[in-house]
Design a protein around this ligand. Structure first.
Ligand SMILES: Cc1cc2nc3c(=O)[nH]c(=O)nc-3n(C[C@H](O)[C@H](O)[C@H](O)COP(=O)(O)OP(=O)(O)OC[C@H]3O[C@@H](n4cnc5c(N)ncnc54)[C@H](O)[C@@H]3O)c2cc1C
Length: 344
């Protein structure tokens, strides 16, 4: 998203940018996403959620996202909802195919299957594919974000942020087709007893559950639910729907009596039958990355801008460190900022 956004903004400002896209289709992970572009209501909320992130970078998202969304809509994309459905966040929801089409049109010259060799604005979506491979985890993102932007930045003298081992994660029932990345996500850890392979209780999760997914031993766990849990709502669906989605995806869903260990007693398991669902940690995007300033300039180890080099989206680290936030919002806000800085 960040690259298309930067190009659209640069073009609006009178430049003739070229977007070099490694994949056979534009849109990256944005196209695969739920399309909810959101922010924490205030900087304090952002700080509480992502305590190790850079507050200067976070502030620009809080201050500028709403205007950036208006700008996005001025390009011709309409929101499908003007709220997120989550009382902890504010934002809007978009159809990601429409979003991609509109941004590609606004960006102008988008060349597919052309990995970059030289770039002014790095926007390759972080290194989720590489991290997933190195850690033996599933990937729940576009397959091309391998860290090419990161490597290029480092070769040009960039420094890196903290949190290079952190990722925005979701629990999947197994490897699924990219069209099912959203629908197959098992997003009900708060209603489940979450157990490791020996039956040890892995404890509670934050509302977004990305914290829990990052600490699943060996990248896997069992979610065990009772009948009451199946009736709970998760976004527009129920836990029962999500368990059905796991089954439909070929996941391991079984009566909890068939687990290879005794179930610990838990207030979450009251009404029988109990059902166990095998889940696997999946990397959506990385959280650490190139260090940038609030103008999207890539910084070296002394905090000085690397001449002529900007970064936006998941290539830029330091925004969500220690927590969770909207990668689409970061890509949109910093994609626009990168274009404005480049043209200044
Ligand atoms: C299933 C799913 C659901 C999600 N839901 C949400 C949501 O609702 N809200 C939210 O805020 N975020 C969501 N996200 C995360 C969001 O999609 C990302 O944070 C966002 O797309 C990051 O933007 P980006 O521009 O950094 O990366 P991308 O959008 O992935 O774009 C990076 C692009 O760079 C290309 N690229 C990689 N390497 C090279 C190279 N060497 N040369 C040229 N091009 C290259 C890639 O092919 C890709 O097109 C979701 C992600 C997924 C996968």
């Amino acid at each position: 998203m960040a690259g298309l956004t930067a190009a659209a903004r640069a073009r609006e400002l009178g430049a003739t940018p070229v977007v070099l896209e490694k994949g056979y289709r534009p849109g990256g992970s944005m196209l695969l996403s739920s399309g909810v572009v959101w922010r924490q209501p205030s900087l304090d909320d952002f700080r509480a959620e992502c305590p190790d992130g850079d507050s200067v970078l976070q502030r620009r998202i809080v201050d500028e996202l709403d205007d950036a969304l208006d700008w996005l809509e001025s390009l011709g994309v309409e929101s499908v909802a003007r709220e997120t459905g989550n009382p902890l966040t504010v934002g809007r929801r978009y159809d990601t195919r429409v979003l991609t089409d509109v941004l590609v049109r606004a960006a102008g010259d988008v060349r597919l299957e052309e990995p970059f060799h030289e770039a002014g604005i790095l926007a390759t979506g972080g290194f989720g594919a590489r991290l997933a491979r190195q850690r033996g985890l599933l990937l729940r993102a576009n397959e091309w974000s391998e860290g090419d932007g990161l490597d290029y930045g480092v070769a040009r003298g960039a420094s890196l942020t903290e949190g290079l081992d952190q990722f925005y994660g979701r629990a999947l029932p197994g490897g699924v087709d990219e069209r099912d990345y959203v629908s197959a996500a098992q997003l009900y850890a708060r209603h489940a007893l979450v157990l490791d392979d020996e039956g040890g209780d892995l404890g509670d999760a934050a509302w977004h559950e990305s914290d829990l997914v990052q600490r699943l031993p060996g990248g896997r766990a069992w979610y065990v639910v009772d009948v009451r849990a199946l009736r709970q709502s998760v976004r527009e669906r129920t836990v029962a729907d999500l368990v059905d989605a796991a089954r439909a995806a070929g996941g391991d869903v079984r009566p909890a009596e068939e687990l290879p260990f005794a179930l610990p007693a838990s207030p979450k398991l009251v009404e029988r039958p109990f059902i166990a669902i095998r889940v696997h940690a999946a990397v959506t995007h990385t959280i650490g990355g190139l260090r940038i300033d609030e103008c999207a300039r890539v910084l070296d180890a002394d905090g000085r801008p690397v001449p002529g080099l900007l970064a936006a989206g998941a290539d830029a680290g330091g925004i969500f460190t220690g927590g969770y936030g909207s990668g689409l919002a970061a890509a949109l806000v910093y994609g626009r900022i990168a274009a404005e800085t480049a043209l200044r």
